[in-house]
Design a protein around this ligand. Structure first.
Ligand SMILES: C[S@@+](CC[C@H](N)C(=O)[O-])C[C@H]1O[C@@H](n2cnc3c(N)ncnc32)[C@H](O)[C@@H]1O
Ligand code: SF4
Length: 459
């Protein structure tokens, strides 16, 4: 597959990542603890019926220059305990408003680096949640880990805590690249960590995270990294396109000085990775995920049943309304989002006073829920079929179209550039088009069309 260079010039523009709809920079700061409680109560009657729980552990031992996550530098032991106590209080108060007959389908520890805190805290949290709710069969308990801080003892304890999905943030196997972005080098090689995980739980799902577009990465160097990943053979491999937004993440400016790859080089890195993955039997799903053919995400993709939330891709089985705990975390309900404060001091203080420290939120109007479904379909399943969606949402397809900014000239241009195939009732993203899905989604999105916001570029 090749991508004509003129497409890059044309489409490499700032567009939302669409990890939520509307994107988080549209959230408003007018929401209170009372609004949140009411939303929790209302959510009991909403869809999806299952519960997905996100817990944010913000601490990191060393801050990577490229990082776009909500993290803070590691604190001393008693400050960690104080945060975990506040987390438990927050969960307890929120759970008092949630209908306990609903089933728990997913627990996700994200960060920051959840595996830098004593594992006993993670165990207390999963034990509490699993005792409070009935779960679906084999609920997903996932954790984002920095491999530099894993060893057998920690992995055994995570297994005891019920963790069955491990996301290992590798970023690159090239130590020079890791050093230049201020990232710790794991002492135990990743292949040994994977063996340990499988030895402890042969059914555990393992995911590797990489980033392409970092200073110094070349097609050859990144291709060796991907070869190494493929030879270890995790269930899922994610290659994130480096999102550069130094106005928000100040440390990223350091990478500009080291020299970032050009958009053309990034495309080359992407295309090379794409064909390496495909020729080694991995199935590309969404924009940046590659999974083994028998993985449940691959099966969901073939049946057009893939979903996505802030935690990543999920299936209908594991998806749920997301109740999020900890600083900066985002609760994602059927018709609303609520984000907690990013300040740990304010968080601890408010929670101890019985207040949910809501920083921002958003209530979706019915037409925005429809746009969210449309964007989800494109981003996850790469096909938007208006008839199928109308049937799923139990509304007329004309009603769906009314909510979108469908501009025939833009669609014709995307089609002429080989990005989509489309007809009256269907828009399908082509293989080349995967790089520009966000542009296609943005063209249908009335909120994007009418606003000026700060986004990273599509490539
Ligand atoms: C919370 S971090 C993962 C957990 C752990 N802190 C680690 O670094 O291994 C989630 C993932 O986001 C990705 N990421 C972070 N900053 C990014 C950026 N600016 N652009 C693209 N991906 C990024 C990295 O691949 C990282 O593994
Ligand atoms: S990439 Fe992970 S370890 Fe590095 S600063 Fe971000 S959250 Fe922390």
């Amino acid at each position: 597959m090749t991508v004509p260079i003129h497409l890059l010039d044309k489409y490499n523009s700032p567009v939302p990542r669409y990890t939520s709809y509307p994107p988080a920079n549209h959230f408003k700061d007018t929401f209170t603890t009372d609004n949140f409680v009411q939303a929790l109560i209302d959510s009991n009657k909403m869809q999806p019926e299952n519960l997905s729980i996100y817990i944010h552990i913000p601490f990191c031992k060393r801050l990577c220059f490229y990082c776009g996550c909500n993290k803070i530098s590691m604190v001393e032991d008693n400050a960690i305990k104080k945060y975990i106590d506040a987390l438990k209080t927050e969960m307890k108060s929120a759970l008092s408003h949630i209908d306990k007959s609903r089933l728990l389908s997913q627990i996700h520890f994200g960060g920051g680096t959840p595996n830098v805190i004593p594992v006993g805290y993670l165990n207390e949290i999963t034990s509490y949640l699993l005792s409070e709710f009935k779960s679906i069969e084999n609920p997903e308990v996932a954790i984002e880990c920095n491999p530099a801080y894993l060893d057998r003892e920690y992995l055994v304890a995570l297994n005891k805590a019920g963790v069955n999905r491990f996301s290992l943030g590798i970023q690159d196997f090239d130590q020079k690249i890791l050093k230049s972005v201020n990232r710790e080098i794991p002492e135990i090689p990743v292949n040994e960590l994977v063996e340990m995980i499988h030895d402890i739980n042969p059914k555990a799902v393992i995911n590797f995270d990489f980033i392409y577009g970092l200073p110094g990465q070349t097609v050859d160097s990144f291709s060796s990294t991907i070869d190494e990943a493929i030879s270890i053979g995790p269930d899922r491999i994610v290659t994130f396109s480096y999102a550069h937004l130094p106005s928000v993440f100040k440390a990223q400016a350091a990478l500009e000085r080291k020299g970032l790859p050009s958009p053309e080089q990034k495309i080359e890195l992407y295309l090379n990775t794409y064909s390496q993955m495909k020729s080694n039997g991995y199935v590309p799903i969404g924009m940046d995920h590659y999974v083994k053919p028998d993985d449940e995400l691959s099966l969901a993709f073939s049946n057009h049943l893939l979903h996505r939330n802030f935690q990543g891709y999920c299936t209908r089985r594991t998806t749920g309304q997301v109740y999020a705990f900890g600083i900066s975390s985002i609760t994602q309900l059927e018709n609303s989002y609520f984000q907690t404060t990013k300040s740990i001091e304010q968080y601890n203080e408010s929670i101890n006073q019985g207040i949910f420290p809501i920083e921002k939120g958003y209530i979706l109007q019915p037409h925005e829920i429809i746009v969210r479904e449309v964007i989800d379909e494109l981003m996850c399943n790469k096909i938007l079929d208006f008839n199928i969606l109308a049937e799923n949402l139990k509304i007329e397809k004309a009603e769906i179209k009314k909510c979108l900014t469908i501009d025939k000239t833009s669609l014709d241009t995307f089609a002429a550039d080989g990005i989509i195939n489309y007809s009256e009732d269907r828009i399908e993203i082509t293989e080349i088009g995967i790089l520009f899905i966000r542009n296609v989604a943005a063209s249908l999105d009335p909120v994007f069309q009418s606003s000026v916001m700060n986004y990273s570029k599509s490539v």
